[in-house]
Ligand binder design. Structure first.
Ligand SMILES: *Cc1c(COP(=O)(O)O)cnc(C)c1O
Length: 226
């Protein structure tokens, strides 16, 4: 408990410092506490600390946790989502950070319509073009955003990326900067509103804040690794 509390205090201090350096208001920076490494008890401790935005990346593990604790927080699905798992996520989770293909958008919209809800979605972008990562190529995102904006049961929140794993986190800066630039370009060209940037994980969140992140997804730095 104290471990997580202390980590959370240090994270808040680091976010405040990064905001001061970049002239941002810390209130613009939201944190998803990623509990995919955590058991039920640890997830409960995270909620007890007042961290109400909970991130999970695998439906099989997330659903039992949601069933136990779902009424306490707001749930974010952050991992790669298979179409046959959409029914488990829609109606439970509020956000999906990993929308990256049209067939997935169709299924999310269909299931959300059946559930009578609207899903808040981020478009995942593979900025670095890594073969091992999911996500749209940067040049596909504008047209994809325009298509997704037509779905009545999907609300476009913005763009999401995962930066490559590097020795020096400073090397991630161009990735985050490019996602931010892409967001502005799409808003201008397509007349869409994309208010948010979901970027920054344990290793690189300070850089992401400096580059405009509005949602950080923090796992190991908060609750320890697996
Ligand atoms: C696991 C995961 C995170 C959190 O990772 P940490 O490095 O532990 O902070 C963030 N985003 C996604 C998509 C993840 O799968």
């Amino acid at each position: 408990m104290h471990g997580i509390k202390k980590q959370w205090e240090e994270i808040q201090t680091a976010i405040a410092a990064a905001c001061a350096r970049s002239g941002r208001d810390p209130k613009e920076v939201n944190v998803v506490a990623v509990t995919k490494y955590s058991d039920l008890d640890t997830t409960r401790q995270v909620l007890d600390l007042g961290l109400m935005e909970i991130g999970e990346s695998r439906a099989q593990e997330a659903v039992p946790k949601y069933k136990a604790l779902g009424d306490r927080g707001t749930w974010h699905f952050i991992g790669h989502l298979q179409r046959n798992k959409v029914k488990d996520v829609v109606g439970r989770f509020t956000y999906i950070h990993s929308l990256d293909r049209f067939s997935l958008a169709q299924e999310i919209n269909r299931r959300a319509e059946l559930a009578g809800c609207t899903m808040r979605c981020f478009l995942q972008v593979n900025v670095a073009g890594e073969a091992t990562k999911f996500g749209l190529a940067p040049e596909e995102v504008a047209n994809f955003a325009q298509e997704v904006a037509q779905f009545p049961h999907i609300h476009l929140e913005g763009l999401m990326t995962m930066a490559p794993r590097v020795e020096n986190s400073e090397e991630t800066r161009p990735i985050f900067r490019e996602l931010s630039r892409l967001r502005q370009e799409i808003q201008k060209e397509k007349g869409l509103t994309l208010p948010h940037l979901s970027m920054g994980m344990s290793r690189d969140y300070v850089i992401a804040v400096e580059e405009g992140a509005t949602w950080l997804r923090l796992g190991s730095v908060l609750v320890g690794g697996r």
